[in-house]
Design a protein around this ligand. Structure first.
Ligand SMILES: C[S@@+](CC[C@H](N)C(=O)[O-])C[C@H]1O[C@@H](n2cnc3c(N)ncnc32)[C@H](O)[C@@H]1O
Length: 219
């Protein structure tokens, strides 16, 4: 189990955290947490403000994952919280011999998944991953399991561990100091479980998680 930044090739976005913190109210969070159209393709106050594919998002990062985990041609990859399947699409572009699968709690995201991966994605909850034990060489979950309440979040970590036969990589909302914590609290729209990086490490350890992890820090 180790902390490793495999997201270093993911493009950094310019965030106006202060502006968003001033605008976001509980009513926006309530709607965002439904993970319906408003969250993905509605007004920016409810989420992405337009969740569209762009190769610059994942192309370099899937290469990074593939190289770091030395995935062979027949590797199987599960994305927990796959949204519209953008990362899985890029995995397939990177190597057409990979087997990919994705789950997302959002019916809207799955119904609007990219055509190229539609048959590989399904509605499903991270706390009950609908696959057998040891099904995938690599299980990835980016910015997803912090959206569950603490006990469910812990269960999702155990689920990721269970369905992975080799590697896994989780990214969650976190902070390393008071300044980052303040920014995260202002930025956060949907997360229900977020904490200091050291507390996350404890949580992973307590669930016997053997995979890797990194942080989404509000910067
Ligand atoms: C911030 S988005 C990240 C999407 C994608 N992983 C990415 O990095 O672009 C969070 C995703 O988690 C999904 N999600 C939220 N709760 C979930 C749950 N309990 N199980 C599975 N997916 C969930 C949402 O529908 C959404 O697609």
């Amino acid at each position: 189990m180790s902390e490793i930044n495999l997201m270093d090739k993911y493009p950094k976005s310019k965030r106006n955290i202060e502006e968003r913190a001033n605008l976001i109210k509980e009513e926006h969070r309530k709607i965002a947490r439904k993970f319906e159209k408003d969250f993905f393709d509605g007004d920016r106050l409810y989420g992405y403000g337009g969740y569209n594919y762009h190769p610059r998002f994942w192309q370099e990062t899937v290469k990074r994952f593939s190289e770091f985990y030395k995935l062979d041609k027949s590797a199987s990859i599960l994305d927990v919280g796959c949204g519209k399947g953008f990362m899985l699409h890029d995995f397939q572009e990177f190597s057409s011999t990979y087997t990919v699968a994705g789950i997302d709690v959002s019916k809207y995201a799955i119904e609007n998944a990219m055509d190229s991966v539609k048959k590989y994605v399904q509605v499903g909850d991270a706390k009950e991953i609908p696959f057998e034990d040891n099904s995938f060489d690599l299980v990835i979950s980016i910015n997803t399991i912090h959206n569950l309440e603490l006990e469910d979040c812990k269960q999702s970590v155990r689920e990721i561990e269970r369905v992975s036969k080799k590697h896994s990589f989780i990214v969650v909302d976190a902070w390393r100091n008071e300044e980052e914590k303040k920014r995260m609290l202002g930025w956060n729209l949907t997360a229900l479980t977020y904490m200091h990086v050291e507390d996350w490490k404890q949580l992973f350890k307590s669930q016997d998680y053997s995979g890797d992890y990194y942080w989404f820090i509000a910067e």
